[in-house]
Design a protein around this ligand. Structure first.
Ligand code: DQA
Length: 148
């Protein structure tokens, strides 16, 4: 099974950025946790971060036909990007949306997501553990749904 992990804008700043919202863990530490989970489940993962909407969309396009699932933290693009939503739909890649913070307990503009209704599910509010839970849920779903 091959999975793609995508981190959106400003997530390269984790560790330094608003620790009261996102904790002190760095993106590299989160990626190491995800690689561990992938290893335990015998799954291949590719991890990519970009601050650019188009680069994330290009990455989703390039994963069509090779990735079985997508773990996606769109960052602020969650609340703004119909283009990212359309890329996820066009790809038909089963997608789990994750957020470090609980977007439903923050400013009103963060409570709406352009991705949630096209995702398999959403995990929000468990800091770096949202990613771990999201990856486990994606693997569970794909194994239950098919023979990948
Ligand atoms: C975030 C939540 C978004 O609202 C914010 O813009 C981010 C991070 C999260 O992981 O909690 O960049 O996606």
């Amino acid at each position: 099974m091959k999975l793609l992990v995508l981190h959106g804008p400003n997530l390269n700043m984790l560790g330094k950025r608003e620790p009261e919202q996102y904790g002190k863990v760095t993106l590299e530490e989160i990626n190491a946790m995800l690689r561990d989970v992938a290893r335990q489940h015998n799954v291949e993962i590719e991890i990519y971060q970009s601050n650019h909407e188009g680069a994330l969309i290009d990455k989703i396009h390039s994963a069509i036909g090779s990735a079985h699932g997508l773990l996606l933290n769109p960052g602020a693009l969650t609340h703004t990007s119909i283009a990212l939503r359309d890329a996820v739909i066009a790809s038909t890649i089963p997608t789990v949306e994750v957020h470090l913070s609980n977007i439903y307990a923050r400013e009103p503009f963060r409570r709406a997501s352009f991705l949630s209704d096209v995702a398999l599910g959403v995990i929000s509010g468990f800091r770096e553990y949202s990613y771990v839970l999201g990856l486990q849920a994606l693997i569970y779903h794909l194994r239950a749904a098919s023979s990948v």
